[in-house]
Design a binder for this molecule. Structure first.
Ligand code: SAM
Ligand code: SF4
Ligand code: SF4
Length: 347
């Protein structure tokens, strides 16, 4: 990870209208994907010829690194690369190396569907990536295939996780989005598969991100229900949050076989501790996963703004931030409005 900041005076703490500091930045490196998960990029809405961003629309690695430095100057300590599928971005390990070298970055992670890890895990690790999250919604091949939008095989993702282990990634986070009547019965097999492996499976409530995934409340499986099912098989005890803003509620197996986590943004929203900014692949800043629109930082970057001007733009934007969609879901859900799609802001 990068060297410590030369002087603490260079660090600003930027808080929003609800007193939430800016601590994390999720960077989407492209909006394309080799999957079509129905909860994110449903195949009928996103055919192969869908007008995804073109190369000139994407921030270059230099532009991403420059913005990341500015965000770090405003208090960001954690960076996460995401997408679309981030491993489809050419030469990604180069970007990882550039971000790992930024002084003040304490944590650099990446979220992927895992298919390209056998090719890339080693070079990502060598470039300075320290933490990996791999999405895996089912172990049953047919259910997995359905949840990949008929694009992927579960064996490829398991091979990706094995490649990550060989490359030195310990404690991989495994993300599983649970949908009622689709993969809820996979939860016990996933827990069984990863118990004792050192990896942490996190079950995520299906969210109403964007407007195209046909979300319905009855398709959400509340975490409490999953917790009860798993605890009936393997007794669990709750683990205290490790830090402010930890989104997953963790539970440890009583027999010492590791932990599992639940991300319950529908049944137990955590907006009060949300310290995340999101940067889309075309350089828009989003202050919430459910935001209508993002603020165009690419225009400022390409228009010649210097770092101080960029910092002021971002800090101003953050200080106005009042988002708390998940806490207000019931009230806002039925107000028709646009919302950014998940694959633009990367989850
Ligand atoms: N393509 C990569 C992947 O799937 O890991 C990174 C981007 S993906 C948008 C990031 C995370 O968002 C994944 O773990 C995915 O399962 C999750 N996700 C996408 N749509 C979701 C939804 N509607 N509700 C909950 N999680 C969702
Ligand atoms: Fe692609 Fe990830 Fe969205 Fe699935 S969740 S469609 S893998 S971006
Ligand atoms: Fe953060 Fe918005 Fe999610 Fe609330 S709804 S936790 S503010 S991203």
């Amino acid at each position: 990870m990068g060297a410590p900041l030369p002087t603490p005076l260079q660090i600003r703490t930027t808080v929003d209208a609800r007193d939430r500091p800016l601590r994390d930045l999720r960077i989407s490196v492209l909006d394309r994907c080799n999957f079509r998960c129905p909860y994110c990029m449903p195949a009928d809405q996103y055919p192969e010829h869908h007008p995804f961003l073109q190369r000139q629309d994407l921030l270059s690695f230099e532009e991403i690194e420059r913005l990341a430095r500015v965000f770090v100057g405003l208090g960001v300590r954690k960076l996460r690369l995401t997408g679309g599928e981030p491993l489809l971005r050419r030469d990604l390990p180069l970007l990882v190396g550039m971000l790992a070298a930024i002084p003040g970055v304490e944590d650099l992670a990446l979220t992927t569907n895992g298919v390209l890890l056998p090719r890339l895990a080693e070079s990502l690790r060598a470039a300075g990536l320290r933490r990996l999250t791999v999405s895996l919604d089912a172990l049953d091949p047919a259910i997995f295939r359905r949840l990949s939008g008929d694009r992927g095989e579960v064996a490829e993702v398991l091979a990706g996780i094995a490649a990550a282990e060989r490359a030195g990634f310990a404690a991989v986070k495994i993300n599983c989005v649970v949908m009622r009547d689709v993969n809820e019965d996979e939860v016990l097999s996933l827990a069984a598969h990863f118990r004792g492996s050192g990896h942490l499976v996190r079950f995520i409530e299906y969210m109403d991100v964007g407007t195209l995934n046909d979300w319905r409340a009855e398709r959400v499986v509340p975490s409490a229900e999953l917790l009860a099912r798993i605890a009936a098989r393997w007794p669990l005890r709750a683990v205290d949050a490790g830090y402010r803003g930890e989104v997953a509620q963790r539970h440890a197996y009583a027999d010492g076989a590791g932990e599992i986590g639940f991300i319950s943004s529908v049944s137990a929203p955590f907006c009060g501790d949300c310290t995340r900014a999101r940067l889309s692949a075309d350089g828009r800043l989003y202050t919430c996963l459910f935001a209508r629109d993002g603020f165009d930082l690419r225009k400022a970057l390409r228009g010649g703004d210097d770092d101080a001007a960029l910092a002021t733009l971002i800090a101003d934007r953050w200080s106005l931030r009042d988002d708390r969609y998940s806490e207000r879901r019931a009230e806002l859900r039925n107000t028709p409005r646009d919302r950014v799609e998940m694959y633009h802001v990367g989850g």
